[in-house]
Design a protein around this ligand. Structure first.
Ligand SMILES: CC(C)(COP(=O)(O)OP(=O)(O)OC[C@H]1O[C@@H](n2cnc3c(N)ncnc32)[C@H](O)[C@@H]1OP(=O)(O)O)[C@@H](O)C(=O)NCCC(=O)NCCS
Length: 304
């Protein structure tokens, strides 16, 4: 029997019981296809839930359709919340559930207090070749990034989503910033971003046969903006042509590494440029990220 897929029937709430956490474990196994060793142990989930971690679920009746898990962390001597997992089961995708789970996570963090101080930043990582995640993170939520991590979880794990190396962009979500508030109010800046992109030759560009092509690095680094293109559906490339998927991985790794080291940060992502199935493109800006998002407010002398 097909599963229910009605947006209005789904509610977001904290995971409370042992059974809720067991359902999260099942969703984790289903979405990532993990081995036993790589799946979050239930004992750890229970302990983390009891010590202030945030476990949120999207429920269709009493059945879990997706969840988000985040824990308290320290980054450059400042408290942050790090979101480790966000997963929505396949039949429930593209119904805004991922977005709603992130909104609920933001609400929980805005309400947190630790020694009278508040937490204003949520971090997480995602695979920069995943156009869907890039769109959710940059366009819908308003994250920014100044860090790319090659093989973050090692060359591969048991996950079906980690077969093409495990590079990640480390993103920051400044949850109380004007940028994020605007994004959550649905203020789109797609026209501006497309405008900015129209003046830039991408450092990694789709060529006619779907392969990534490099353009001149020193020329790109002299400019104020850099663009990096990615396929609109890397999963399809991975299943049809793993060697081509790896080429995309290595070329984008090179482009992010070189540009971030040279003082750029990732400001935006625009999906499906050049037609419905066209590539997506990251827009990187030169300069300090806190000039772009003043609320990030880095401490003086702290490293990037
Ligand atoms: C990432 C994930 C949580 C998103 O869940 P979701 O409920 O489908 O997300 P939403 O519906 O809120 O948003 C998806 C957006 O991506 C868009 N999208 C779908 N496919 C896309 C693609 N190939 N390129 C660009 N955007 C795409 C959707 O149209 C939607 O945007 P819109 O609302 O502006 O139309 C889900 O796909 C998932 O579980 N993926 C596997 C695990 C994972 O990658 N987790 C996150 C990293 S840890």
């Amino acid at each position: 029997m097909p599963e229910a897929k009605s947006k209005s029937a789904i509610s977001i709430r904290d995971l409370q019981s042992f059974d809720d956490l067991k359902q999260a474990e099942a969703v984790e196994r289903e979405v990532w296809g993990l081995s036993d060793l790589d799946t979050t142990p239930l004992t750890l989930a229970v302990a983390m839930q009891q010590t202030g971690s945030i476990w949120l679920g999207a429920f269709d009746g009493d059945k879990l359709a997706g969840f988000a898990f985040a824990f308290l962390g320290l980054e450059r001597a400042q408290f942050i919340v790090h979101s480790h997992m966000l997963a929505v089961r396949e039949p429930y995708r593209n119904l805004d559930l991922g977005y709603k789970l992130k909104l609920a996570q933001r609400e929980r963090v805005l309400a947190m207090r630790a020694n009278d101080s508040c937490i204003r930043e949520i971090t997480w990582t995602f695979d920069p070749l995943q156009s869907r995640n890039a769109h959710l993170n940059f366009s819908k939520l308003g994250v920014v990034s100044e860090s790319h991590k090659a093989d973050f979880y090692g060359p591969e794990t048991s996950s079906v989503l980690h077969r093409n190396r495990t590079d990640r962009l480390w993103v920051k979500w400044p949850i109380a910033s004007r940028r994020v508030q605007d994004r959550l109010q649905g203020k789109s800046n797609r026209a501006e971003v497309l405008d900015a992109l129209s003046t830039v030759t991408p450092l990694i560009q789709f060529n006619g046969d779907g392969r990534p092509t490099r353009t001149d690095l020193s020329d790109a680094l002299r400019r104020q903006r850099i663009a990096i293109e990615i396929p609109s559906d890397i999963a399809q490339v991975e299943s049809k042509d793993p060697a081509l998927a790896l080429e995309w991985r290595l070329q984008t790794r090179w482009a992010f590494t070189e540009s971030l080291q040279a003082g750029f940060f990732v400001a935006e992502f625009c999906r499906t440029v050049r037609g419905q199935q066209g590539p997506g493109v990251y827009l990187l800006e030169k300069g300090a990220i806190e000039e772009y998002v003043p609320e990030l407010n880095r401490k003086p002398n702290s490293p990037r």
